[in-house]
Design a protein around this ligand. Sequence first.
Ligand code: NAG
Ligand code: NAG
Ligand code: NAG
Ligand code: NAG
Ligand code: NAG
Ligand code: NAG
Length: 262
Amino acid sequence: MLNLYTLLVSIIILCCSWKPCQQRQDTDCLHRCGSINIPYPFGIGPPDGKGCYSNPKFAVSCNSSTPSPIPVLSKFNLEILEIQRSGRKGSWGSLIVKIPTLSTCSRNNNSTEAKWMSNNLTDSPFRFAGDAVDGNVFASVGCDGHAVFYNETGGMIAGCTSVCSPDNSPSAGAVTVSRSKCYGYRCCQVQLTSVHKHFMELKQYGISVGTTNTSGFCRTAFLIGKKYLEAGPPLASGITAVPVVLKWGYAPTWFRKHAYLI
Ligand SMILES: *[C@@H]1O[C@H](CO)[C@@H](O)[C@H](O)[C@H]1NC(C)=O
Ligand SMILES: *[C@@H]1O[C@H](CO)[C@@H](O)[C@H](O)[C@H]1NC(C)=O
Ligand SMILES: *[C@@H]1O[C@H](CO)[C@@H](O)[C@H](O)[C@H]1NC(C)=O
Ligand SMILES: *[C@@H]1O[C@H](CO)[C@@H](O)[C@H](O)[C@H]1NC(C)=O
Ligand SMILES: *[C@@H]1O[C@H](CO)[C@@H](O)[C@H](O)[C@H]1NC(C)=O
Ligand SMILES: *[C@@H]1O[C@H](CO)[C@@H](O)[C@H](O)[C@H]1NC(C)=O
């Protein structure tokens, strides 16, 4: 699977060097939004901005209505935090986007449950990276209940729960945990590749979270870039969005449709 992927990517890089990737050097094309670089094949351009980006799925809009402008991957309406290129011609790499978390809190002695499905990246050059080395892990913060991770067809493929101290106080509804300590106390994580070898890349995923009927307890769950789970400020159960790693330049679709790559 991985070898095929590497091979396909190499072929694309070769194709790219035979015929130099077309890139418009136009003042209408922007490759920076706020402090974030938007390298080709991504680009910010007019709606018909052919040449600013390699195809409309790489089109980025720059939202300047916020104090610091925010780049958004237009097709999927995902806030971009960083674009990393790799490969000789930079024809594939990682895209770090901000994706909302899913939370639920029990109230009035009732248990609660919430479910959510991610963007559907089928037929796009993007995939959610499952590999824990430079990709994502599934994680959840909270004191009781459970968090479940689903694949694109709704199959339950991973889950975890975490505990707090025996004398859980109502303040357990607002748990925080040091990022390097997500191992079952207040926070749990699952490496997707340890669960299923096919989860190197995901087109879509789902999450559900539940709490028991202990009022005031909350649980939050999310897919998160492994390195962001391990560094940064403490995670709180109220966290609303986290960085997620997408791989871009995904090849097999290109071989079917000849449309998505540079
Ligand atoms: C730009 O950001 C503002 C504030 O977050 C938001 O209300 C608005 O919908 C965004 N516009 C676009 C085009 O995404
Ligand atoms: C929740 O359950 C506790 C213990 O059973 C009880 O004292 C409390 O009144 C209940 N609260 C509500 C809102 O029903
Ligand atoms: C939640 O609990 C209250 C009392 O504890 C009950 O009246 C209400 O029907 C419950 N709601 C649900 C959705 O179960
Ligand atoms: C929570 O649910 C369990 C099982 O349904 C029940 O035995 C218990 O009394 C409930 N606790 C509260 C606080 O309502
Ligand atoms: C995701 O998109 C593909 C292609 O557009 C479609 O076939 C599939 O049914 C979609 N999945 C879901 C869960 O909607
Ligand atoms: C999703 O998970 C279910 C249950 O494990 C499995 O049968 C199915 O093949 C998986 N779907 C994909 C697309 O991997």
